[in-house]
Design a protein. Structure first.
Length: 115
């Protein structure tokens, strides 16, 4: 099983980034997918979640209207489009897969928002 995140980096405040998470080794379309983040000295928090078929999405209040989660089950990939980025969005972003029996984490990708 692998979840491989990509797309992180350094961006100025107000900028955009698109994260991707490529899954392998399990039936991607049967798992709900989420993005979490963990800033230095803080607990890991849920950022956004999408159901297995992509019909329902949820976001934490601080990212509503700025972040958009989507998935392509044909490509076994989940995305997080982030716009209007703020310094407080700086964190390691993790991809997470879950169903009733199993859950898997990616290794994380660093997002730094700074001028």
């Amino acid at each position: 099983v692998q979840l491989v995140e990509a797309g992180g980096g350094l961006v100025q405040p107000g900028g955009s980034l698109r994260l991707s998470c490529a899954a392998s080794g399990f039936t991607f379309s049967r798992f709900a997918m989420s993005w979490y983040r963990q800033a230095p000295g803080k607990e890991r928090e849920l950022v956004a979640r999408i159901t297995s078929a992509g019909a329902i999405t949820n976001y934490i209040d601080s990212t509503k209207g700025r972040f958009f989660i989507s998935r392509d089950n044909a490509k076994n990939t989940v995305y997080l489009q982030m716009s209007s980025l703020k310094p407080e969005d700086t964190a390691v972003y993790y991809c997470y897969a879950r169903n009733v029996l199993f859950d898997y984490w990616g290794q994380g990708t660093q997002v730094t928002v700074s001028s």
